[in-house]
Design a protein around this ligand. Structure first.
Ligand code: MN
Ligand code: MN
Length: 477
């Protein structure tokens, strides 16, 4: 008998896209749990962009990160392995681990945002009506207004007095704290309300927060309940009503993030968008084992939810200025051409959340292209809407290289698309970096109930985003 001829084995022809839990080894499952435990702690504490900023700076300093201003003041130069950060108005943060190559060779950037949809107190918020004290708000970011009534709210933020003194306010997170609420109509009398559309039933101007009901004992006070609230605010924080004009007070869902599901496989929390990716980028940078070849940058920015505008948004020159300051600390000093070359040679993961297929709302999904829960971190080659309009689409070459990075590091990943064609769309900070000519792609955690007061993320996907960011920042090609 002659030996059978061996035909070369074909590679896996099918791309398996399935729930990845069964593929995880025991040690990795433990890593997922530990990572998510820490993330739940972060998310529960970082209820505003200022808090996310403060926690991130404190954690960075613990790990040896030094402010760029300090390095400048000491007259030091950038050296490979150096850990630095630069902040902008306590709301936007850039962190870096200096690489072996000069900055001109380009950066590896992971950029997320730390602002989330919420209700902001207006500059003249406090009023009394029907002997109740109420707080007038203006919503921030894309919310469905009806979701914000009849649920406990916490108040966080700063009040800056005329002399510059800053008072921090945080009420409603400790179980012993009071909370606040926007009342809804009783169903018995809600017949007319029920006829309205979801977007008209509760209006933006109607989002007024119940703040107090106890009248002041001051006989001369006209509006006694408001007077009593002002008196309490003065006793506790030393503020007067005019101080509201120079305040940033945010009303957010009260209480911590929680494990979700009988099997505890998911996380329910306020502000996954986009603190889930911001935290992943931050931890990835902290956990880099070696000095990277290319300088690794993590951006935690503000104002993404209202279009990245303003001094602390990604559309400002903060990022560019920061890189210019870094180049100035390199051998040879600052040159505009070096800055241009650095930016153009860079590559970036725009670390923002994506949507997951939701069987309750299946008709908005693209049958095969919407990301699925537990399918891993989501790579979105393009966002935009109606003919990819407004998208900074990533190139096939960049996508191919990311496949290499993720597959070599055993990152569970999938592709995603924000809904079916012509169904809607959205944008991220990707386009503000793409204009420098760098490679950019959206890469983040898929969510259910995005922009709702409580959003849903899977633990596996949450962990895989971190793993993806780490592999990308450490990649030596
Ligand atoms: Mn986002
Ligand atoms: Mn968003």
């Amino acid at each position: 008998m002659s030996p059978a001829k061996k035909t070369p084995k074909k590679p896996d022809l099918l791309w398996k896209r399935e729930n990845a839990w069964p593929t995880l080894k025991k040690t990795e499952k433990r890593a997922v749990e530990e990572y998510c435990r820490n993330y739940i702690g972060f998310l529960s504490a970082a209820k505003t962009e200022r808090k996310a900023y403060a926690i991130s700076v404190a954690e960075a300093e613990k790990r040896g990160f030094v402010s760029l201003e300090k390095i400048q003041a000491e007259g030091r130069c950038l050296e490979p392995g150096m850990k630095i950060y630069r902040g902008c108005r306590e709301k936007t943060l850039l962190l870096a681990v200096v690489g072996e190559e000069p900055l001109e060779a380009g950066l590896h950037i992971v950029g997320g945002h730390i602002d989330s949809p919420r209700l902001d107190a207006k500059p003249y918020p406090l009023y009394e009506d029907a002997e109740l004290a109420l707080l007038d708000t203006h919503y921030y970011g894309g919310i469905k207004k009806y979701q914000w009534v009849a649920m406990p709210l916490a108040l966080h933020g700063v009040v800056v007095k005329q002399n510059g003194d800053k008072v921090e306010i945080s009420i409603g997170e400790d179980p012993s704290d009071p909370v606040f609420v926007i009342t809804d109509l009783l169903p018995h009398l809600g017949k007319e309300q029920a006829k309205k559309t979801l977007s008209e039933g509760i209006t933006g101007e109607g989002l007024n927060v119940l703040f107090g009901s106890l009248p002041s004992t001051d006989k001369d006070a006209k509006e006694k309940v408001k007077a009593n609230v002002l008196s309490l605010l003065h006793d506790t924080y030393g503020i007067v009503e005019e101080d509201f004009a120079s305040a940033e007070l945010e009303l957010v869902p009260a209480g911590p993030a929680r494990e979700l599901g009988l099997d505890r496989s998911m996380i329910l929390g306020y502000g996954h968008d986009d603190r889930v990716c911001a935290y992943g980028g931050l931890q990835a940078l902290f956990d880099l084992k070696e000095t990277p070849r290319h300088t690794a940058i993590v951006l935690l920015c503000d104002k993404e939810e209202i279009g990245s505008v303003g001094a602390t948004g990604m559309d400002s020159t903060f990022f560019e200025n920061s890189i210019a300051e870094m180049i100035a600390l390199e051998e040879g000093g600052f040159s505009g051409l070096t800055l241009r070359r650095c930016l153009e040679s860079s590559r970036m993961l725009s670390a923002d959340v994506n949507m997951l297929h939701d069987p309750l709302y299946a008709d908005v999904s693209s049958p095969n292209n919407t990301a699925k829960m537990n399918g891993g971190v989501v790579l979105a080659k393009y966002t935009g809407s109606r003919g990819k309009s407004g998208s900074s689409e990533a190139s096939a070459e960049f996508m191919a290289d990311l496949r290499r990075v993720f597959n070599e590091a055993k990152v569970v990943w999938q592709t995603g698309e924000l809904g079916k064609v012509d169904g809607g769309g959205g944008g991220t900070i990707a386009m503000f970096l793409a204009r420098y000519g760098m490679d950019v792609v959206d890469c983040g955690v898929g969510l259910l109930s995005m922009h709702a007061p409580w959003e849903v993320a899977s633990k596996l996907d949450t962990y895989m985003a971190y793993k993806a960011y780490k592999a990308f920042l450490a990649d030596r090609r």
